[in-house]
Design a protein around this ligand. Structure first.
Ligand SMILES: Cc1cc2nc3c(=O)[nH]c(=O)nc-3n(C[C@H](O)[C@H](O)[C@H](O)COP(=O)(O)OP(=O)(O)OC[C@H]3O[C@@H](n4cnc5c(N)ncnc54)[C@H](O)[C@@H]3O)c2cc1C
Length: 403
């Protein structure tokens, strides 16, 4: 087998196509939607019309045997703008939740409904976090009880921080089915459009990614058919039985989703970092102080060199984890966390450096790097904080159950 880091024609084609959309459609709209703090439906619609928002583009990415198409797409879109890109890609988290635990029939039924159609796009939400259960997924309280007589599941609880929560067509909700088994007693459920009892809370006012809707979701006696249990009852019963016997039970709904999406989340952070770096590089060549362009000062040039190196290093970690994930390797415990951790921290650092290089300009709401810096911070929090990624890695390399 030959080793190559060269992208294929399909991959460069995808990159250039998404880059075009990011620079021509996303960037011009970015500041407006950040200020409005609203879901940018017209931009989502444009993305849907060209096939960028929808199941086809995701299926094309999943079909790539190298696993690189998904990070390439995300890097370019987030290079355009984090908030709008999150509004476009947030649905992907719910879809990943269905992919992680659903049957082929469930995929076929629900994934298209997550996106709606090109003229009338919809969004979907993945609801795992709760007010008392963020990093600690085992503390989840939302309960799902099986009503055997009606073959229905009844869900009660409160979800927190759900991207697209309450405005989604399809909600994918994780819940406890056996409290004694803690995280191993959880399962994922589809909540179909318009199901009574599911109510979205007020949109949270955020520091960054303001074009992306984030809200609590309340579940009050939400009844869904048995067929909405992701993976099906037989598989769940077998998994719970294994867990009760103390055997290793895979397929935990929330963690499975977070693990598979870590490299993709890293790619988003890389896109934001690269955009800030490019702005800083251009500016450093143009801005003259003390009679010469500021890039001629070693301190500035070296900072830019470090930014480039760190961003490339983060991207390579993201690509490796994506490749491993696509090729059936058990990447989740160390390499996926490493990629997300590095990319998130590089994005925060690089966008902050870019603000410094831009001087006063960088500190204004007029300049995109100020928004990029705000947006970047989520990548050290979203889907497990940097500390949690370090914890996963430390456990993997030491074999010790570090707390
Ligand atoms: C914009 C945004 C969008 C989001 N979208 C979604 C979504 O779509 N779906 C969803 O389910 N969730 C979503 N989340 C929630 C997100 O995944 C959680 O915020 C995240 O998992 C952290 O949980 P927490 O906020 O409860 O922090 P906590 O778990 O309370 O952590 C607080 C602090 O303690 C640290 N900490 C916790 N445990 C340890 C430990 N063992 N060792 C060392 N340090 C530790 C953490 O690193 C952090 O610094 C979103 C959050 C945001 C901000």
């Amino acid at each position: 087998m030959t080793f190559s880091l060269e992208l294929s024609e399909e991959q460069t084609g995808l990159r250039d196509w998404v880059h075009g959309f990011a620079s021509e459609v996303v960037r011009p709209a970015a500041s407006e939607w950040d200020e409005r703090e609203e879901t940018p439906w017209p931009v989502i619609q444009e993305a849907a019309k060209i096939g960028l928002y929808g199941f086809e583009s995701l299926a094309t990415c999943y079909a790539d045997p190298t696993g690189l198409s998904l990070p390439i797409l995300n890097e370019e879109l987030f290079w355009g703008d984090g908030g709008i890109a999150m509004a476009i890609m947030g649905t992907g988290l719910a879809v990943a939740g269905i992919f992680a635990s659903g049957t082929p029939d469930q995929l076929a039924e629900w994934v298209p409904q997550c996106y709606g159609d090109a003229d009338d796009p919809e969004v979907a939400a993945f609801c795992s976090s709760e007010p008392e259960a963020g990093s600690d997924v085992s503390a989840m309280r939302t309960r799902a009880v099986y009503d055997e007589a009606k073959d229905e599941w009844v869900l009660n609880g409160q979800k927190a921080w759900a991207t697209n929560g309450g405005i989604a067509n399809v909600h994918v909700v994780t819940a406890v089915v056996d409290p004694e088994l803690k995280a191993r007693g959880q399962a994922g459920f589809i909540i179909p459009p318009g199901t009574p009892g599911l109510v979205g809370g007020k949109k949270i006012k955020k520091h960054g990614l303001r074009a992306s809707h984030t809200a609590d979701v309340y579940l009050d006696d939400v009844r869904v058919p048995g067929s909405c249990l992701l993976g099906g009852k037989e598989k769940l019963d077998a998994r719970l039985a294994r867990a009760r016997e103390g055997k290793k039970a895979e397929g935990q709904a929330a963690m499975a989703t977070f693990e598979v999406t870590r490299p993709t989340v890293g790619a988003m952070a890389v896109g934001i970092a690269r955009a800030a770096y490019e702005y800083a590089l251009d500016y450093a060549k143009q801005r003259v102080t003390f009679g010469r362009p500021i890039i001629e000062n070693q301190s500035i040039a070296f900072t830019l060199a470090d930014m480039k190196m760190e961003i490339d290093a983060a991207r390579l970690l993201v690509w490796r984890a994506s490749w491993m994930g696509r090729n059936g390797q058990k990447f989740a415990n160390a390499e996926g966390s490493m990629s997300k951790l590095k990319a998130g921290e590089v994005a925060v650092w690089a966008t902050e450096r870019a603000i410094q290089i831009l001087g006063g300009n960088g500190y204004t709401r007029e300049h995109p790097v100020e928004r990029m810096h705000r947006d970047s911070k989520i990548y050290t929090i979203f889907e497990g904080t940097s500390e949690i990624q370090r914890l996963v890695m430390a456990r993997a390399i030491s074999g010790v159950h570090i707390r």
